[in-house]
Design a protein around this ligand. Structure first.
Ligand code: SAM
Length: 465
């Protein structure tokens, strides 16, 4: 039975109240102090932080979000890339170029084409992919997606393999989610697009996705099928962004209450231009300042939930948001079916939307290191079965630094040996030298150093804790 756990009136009232509460300096300062001490904020407190326009408040929101980010995630940034496998779609969504009414040469990749794409992604150093597809049960049934996943996991390269395949496909049935679970997916990602039901109905003209409650309850079905690692998101630009930020939090709470595990990740895509739509037709486009404030408030509201930023954002915005809470980014992405192969052949197809950060994966990774971040290619939690509440208890126990940090360093060391030149390896060594003392557990610290020696000498690889 589909349940509507998003109370539109409640969110609207709380945001309305926040308009006046956010002028109450003492209330905001108290909420910020609570956030700084790691206390959970009430809906009213989060809504007021979202709504405040006071530059001093916003400055402090940014500082606290940055502190939380540092405390929980250190300098690690997890890397991934999307892999579009099919653009057949029966839905008509106002914002998407895969809209059924758009006329272009639709296609899905053959398994040989998947291998070609994955080869290129592997050459960029990626170990974690997100499969993306439009919704069309005839052209792109679940068994096709399962075959894609198997094909990817079966590929072995000189430098290892893709170790984690996340999946971002349309809301589906419990039976299909079971198949995804059996195929060994990482996170099942699905964006609600907007939690504001009237807007949802307006921008989804037709197709199965038009059913708000079917879409909203997708993670319940995924959880019922045994997938305890789910990633939510909204498409900022469709409805009031504050409403959608609160919607994300209510959705997360619903899952926590019912399944003891909320979102593993929250994605924060912002609407981009795409073929067949005019971005100026969307009255709720979210400006950079509002967007940054929302990202920081989400970081404060759900400190242990990873936050994902894609190449929809430009270089400058990505740099800024990394300080405010983002823990995972894509790099070198293509948003079209067959896009990696075609990019090498300099052909243009039909991207789902136009990206704003077209730098290569190498330059993104290298710049992260110049800014003292640790690009992480870690996929250990999922391979060790640390998903759902097991991951959350690890995160909340403060042990993340003894697990994620060594894994990040070992995978970066491996990346530098596989793909780096001398200069890159020197940069890696500096980062490793600076970060190693942060591993507080002595046994783990020694093991990490030992493993990195093995990676450097070619004696071993793919170590994780
Ligand atoms: N078909 C699946 C579904 O219905 O959820 C998969 C979604 S699609 C491959 C991935 C996401 O891209 C969508 O959920 C949507 O949020 C986002 N997207 C679509 N059009 C976009 C645009 N013009 N700008 C930015 N993101 C867009």
């Amino acid at each position: 039975m589909n349940e509507n756990f998003i109370d539109q009136k409640y969110i609207e009232e709380i945001l309305k109240e926040a308009n006046s509460v956010c002028a109450d300096n003492a209330f905001i300062i108290n909420s910020l102090d609570k956030a700084q001490c790691g206390e959970t904020l009430t809906h009213k407190e989060i809504a007021s932080l979202l709504k405040t326009e006071n530059p001093d408040h916003i400055k402090r929101i940014f500082e606290i979000a940055g502190d939380i980010k540092k405390r929980i995630y250190g300098n690690r940034i997890v890397m991934f890339a999307p892999l579009y496998v099919s653009d057949f779609c029966v839905n008509r969504c106002a914002y998407c170029s895969f809209n059924h009414n758009n006329n272009f040469n639709r296609r899905k990749l053959s398994m040989d084409e998947i291998r070609e794409e994955v080869k290129i992604l592997e050459m960029m150093g990626h170990k974690r992919l997100a499969i993306e597809a439009g919704e069309n049960d005839n052209e792109c049934p679940i068994d096709y997606i399962i075959e894609c996943i198997k094909t990817i996991y079966d590929m072995k390269f000189e430098n290892g393999e893709i170790r984690r395949v996340n999946v971002n496909i349309a809301a589906t049935t419990i039976e299909n989610y079971r198949k995804l679970k059996e195929a060994g997916i990482g996170t099942y990602i699905l964006f609600q697009e907007t939690y504001h039901e009237p807007t949802y109905n307006r921008v989804h003209f037709s197709g199965p996705k038009k059913d708000f409650l079917w879409h909203l309850n997708a993670f319940d079905r995924a959880q019922d099928a045994g997938i305890d690692d789910v990633g939510g998101g909204v498409l900022f630009g469709l409805a009031d962004p504050y409403f959608d930020a609160m919607g994300l939090l209510l959705h997360n709470e619903h899952l926590e209450k019912k399944y003891n595990t909320g979102f593993h990740t929250i994605s924060v895509p912002r609407l981009c231009p795409a073929a067949g739509m005019n971005i100026n037709d969307f009255p709720n486009l979210t400006d950079d300042d509002t967007f940054a404030k929302i990202v920081a408030c989400l970081r404060i509201a759900v400190p242990f939930t990873g936050m994902i930023l894609s190449t929809r954002e430009n270089h400058e915005m990505r740099k800024k948001l990394l300080h405010l809470g983002i823990s995972q980014i894509s790099a070198g992405s293509s948003t079209e079916v067959g896009g990696y192969t075609k990019r090498n052949n300099k052909e243009k197809l039909n991207p789902q939307f136009y990206v704003n950060d077209e730098r290569s994966a190498t330059s993104i990774i290298s710049e992260l290191m110049d800014d003292s971040y640790i690009p992480s290619f870690c996929t250990a939690c999922y391979r060790e079965g640390r998903t759902g509440d097991r991951f959350m208890s690890l995160a909340k126990s403060g042990q993340i630094g003894n697990v994620c940090l060594p894994n990040a360093l070992m995978t970066l060391c491996e990346y530098s040996m596989d793909y780096g030149d001398d200069e890159f390896r020197k940069k890696t060594d500096i980062i490793i030298k600076n970060e190693i003392p942060q591993i507080k557990n002595e046994t783990i610290r020694k093991k990490t150093i030992e493993n990195m020696e093995k990676i450097r000498s070619g004696e071993g690889r793919d170590f994780f804790i």
